[in-house]
Design a protein around this ligand. Structure first.
Ligand code: S3P
Length: 172
């Protein structure tokens, strides 16, 4: 599947960890021949450490501040794919910035599927404590109204990335 398209707007992917944002973003970038930016990767590059190290060294509020400054910068871009960290929706200013030049797609995934995808990597700071499934369910419930601010809700529970990719291609 090859498709070259000049996009007016950015394609912005939001959703919980393990919802397939990065893989979907990479696949879309390849198909549409456009650039992809990951807010998490940019934070790690700027801070010269992993997100887990950053949270351990500083704290969540520091991380969210850096995340906001990266989102502000990324939202000025045009015609690119922006793959956002799962907590980007916590700051309403992030969504406002991203909406200016972008169409926001929420990759919605069932919590049990998220748990199965993440269970071998439970070192992620947000879910590294006891009972990760309950934690995923609780955070998702809390964030659902925020994720629902997206322009489009895309089901990404399928094991194949081609399902959300095809749905997004239909909307742009
Ligand atoms: C977070 C999700 C992570 C990362 C950080 C916080 C969250 O990104 O930004 O650990 O609050 O949901 P991914 O969703 O890309 O894993």
């Amino acid at each position: 599947m090859k498709k070259k398209k000049k996009l007016e707007k950015n394609i912005v992917l939001i959703g919980f960890m393990g919802s397939g944002k990065s893989m979907t973003a990479c696949a879309l970038a390849e198909i549409l021949k456009i650039k992809r930016f990951s807010s998490d990767e940019m934070i790690e590059k700027k801070e010269k450490c992993t997100i887990a190290e950053l949270i351990a060294k500083k704290d969540w509020s520091y991380f969210r501040k850096i995340e906001h400054s990266i989102i502000k910068k990324l939202s000025l871009k045009k015609g690119v794919i922006i793959d956002c960290g799962g907590g980007v929706v916590l700051n309403p200013k992030n969504i406002a910035f991203l909406k200016k030049n972008g169409l926001i797609f929420y990759l919605k995934t069932d919590p049990k599927i998220i748990y199965n995808r993440l269970k071998n990597d439970l070192t992620r700071p947000l879910i590294s404590g006891p009972n990760p499934l309950a934690r995923i369910k609780a955070i998702l419930k809390e964030r659902l109204p925020l994720y629902n601010q997206a322009d489009f809700i895309i089901d990404s529970s399928s094991p194949s990335i081609s399902v959300p990719v095809a749905q997004i291609l239909k909307k742009i």
